[in-house]
Design a protein around this ligand. Structure first.
Ligand code: AMP
Ligand code: ZN
Length: 464
């Protein structure tokens, strides 16, 4: 079955044709590890996970690289402001390498919690400095860059076309609207590929231009070429990367090798919070930890991401995501019921469901549509192990770890106060004091918990 992917480069959905049919080469822009990644960032990595899993489902082998940006990403995405790593280091009283190590680990832990299928190669920018320096030299040699007092700048006027991904027209735009006016630059949209380090800068390397460090965009151009060669299949990131980071990556790669490095450029739309942007000043930056504190599992957040196509904006609200926590539980229960079912299903029926699911995912990762087939199978009246096996197959793409559902049935951490009320209620019920039992149930509810009397005893749940 053909795989269709939307390509930002051509602004259209195209049939995916890998350069090497035996191995699809992918590069994903990874995190800048100066603080905890937020749930918006993770929407983009859930999209990356789905892409990986769908290609594998279609029988492709992958060589997938993701970078860890631990130097050079300035507080503006262009080339002004402080290095985000150094800023965090000063704030936390640590050195930038300690900051990078701490937040890289936190990022990896969260990726595992989301059951994200990890790229084969994950490499830190600071481990690839020689390759970056080499690329700067090539770009200069080819006549695409020049030196200023601040660093080495890419000359966009030397390109046949800039920008190529976005529909942005440079003409007619105020130079200062998107970028700071710098009198040393030849063109307003020229950008730094290599930055001369001020005296007190912590992360710097020797170079023909003195102690300096790489620009963020250069990292990805150099690392993708090092691990995947000058031309590979797919490049991924969030939509905010289209107008600056990816334009500049393409410019640099063209300056060094004469080629646009990837054939397909794929971008995940933004997660909005209560209809707007996440920002520190609004205090609405949520992490997986914030969600867990509100009784929402990382995998419920993943399921929430599946409610919208990756090219549509997705609005996060606590109410919205809580309903996906419930949905995840229904999904696990439904799977369990099929697992213990005894009905026999015709092969043609299974095939029909499988085709519907497969067609949806191959249509530019239409997971919301594929989910409707998953729910149809879950809701099938006839409970059958064959359906359970089909759901397991679908889960190769979803990555909700349904097979290991028991692992997630850990009891909620019940506060002592609630525990005591539950014990009193059990006693009241033994004494057939129903009025007292009901009163205690209400008190427990007011503390945010519900009690259910089952054959296995009392079950306590946090009310979401
Ligand atoms: P950063 O660590 O800032 O480089 O971002 C990591 C990834 O998250 C990038 O691919 C961004 O494009 C993406 N990203 C940032 N904010 C959001 C958001 N609100 N929704 C979806 N993706 C985002
Ligand atoms: Zn990148």
């Amino acid at each position: 079955m053909k795989v269709q992917l939307y390509n930002t480069l051509t602004h259209s959905k195209e049939e995916f044709k890998p350069i090497d049919p035996n191995e699809v080469r992918i590069y994903s822009c990874g995190p800048t590890v100066y603080s905890y990644a937020h749930i918006g960032n993770f929407r983009t990595y859930v999209f990356m996970d789905s892409l990986r899993r769908i290609l594998k489902y279609n029988g492709y082998n992958l060589k997938h690289v993701m970078n860890i940006t631990d130097v050079g990403h300035l507080t503006s995405d262009a080339d002004t402001g402080e290095d985000k790593m150094e800023k965090a280091a000063k704030k936390e009283g640590k050195n930038p390498y300690e900051i990078a190590e701490f937040y890289t680990k936190a990022f990896m832990d969260d990726m595992h919690k989301l059951n994200i299928d990890m790229p084969n190669i994950i490499s830190k920018a600071t481990d690839n400095i020689p390759e970056m320096l080499e690329m700067v030299k090539e770009i200069i040699k080819n006549g695409y860059a020049y030196e200023t007092s601040k660093g080495i700048y890419f000359d966009v006027s030397k390109l046949d076309k800039y920008p190529v991904l976005s529909n942005n027209k440079l003409e007619g735009q105020e130079a200062g609207a998107r970028i700071e006016v710098d009198p040393e630059k030849r063109n307003p949209y020229d950008f730094a590929i290599w930055i001369k380090a001020p005296e007190n800068h912590m992360m710097k390397w020797d170079s023909p231009w003195g102690p300096s460090y790489p620009g963020w965009h250069l990292e990805c151009s150099a690392m993708s070429r090092k691990f995947l060669g000058p031309k590979f299949d797919i490049h991924t990131g969030g939509v905010d990367h289209i107008p600056i980071h990816h334009e500049n990556e393409i410019a640099q790669s063209k300056g060094a090798t004469g080629q646009i490095p990837a054939n397909y450029w794929m971008h995940c739309e933004f997660l909005l919070i209560d209809g707007g942007k996440m920002s520190k000043s609004l205090g609405n930056i949520y992490t997986l930890k914030t969600l867990a504190e509100n009784g929402i599992e990382p995998l419920a957040y993943k399921l929430f991401c599946f409610s919208s196509h990756y090219r549509n904006k997705l609005n996060f609200t606590f109410e919205g995501v809580k309903s996906y926590q419930k949905a995840l539980e229904r999904l696990r229960n439904g799977y369990e019921k099929h697992l213990t079912g005894t009905a026999t299903v015709q092969e043609s029926k299974l095939k029909e469901y499988e085709n519907k699911f497969h067609e949806a995912i191959n249509d530019d990762l239409n997971i919301p549509l594929a989910m409707s087939t998953v729910w149809e199978v879950i809701r099938e009246e006839n409970k059958s192990v064959q359906y359970a096996k089909l759901i397991e197959k679908f889960d190769e793409v979803l990555g909700l770890d349904l097979k290991n559902y028991k692992k997630y049935q850990t009891k909620v951490d019940v506060p002592e106060e609630v525990q005591k009320l539950v014990e009193k209620r059990t006693l009241a019920r033994k004494e057939k004091n129903w009025a007292e039992s009901d009163k205690l149930r209400d008190e427990i509810k007011n503390l945010g918990y519900s009690v259910k009397d089952t054959a296995n005893g009392v079950e306590i749940e946090k009310i979401l």
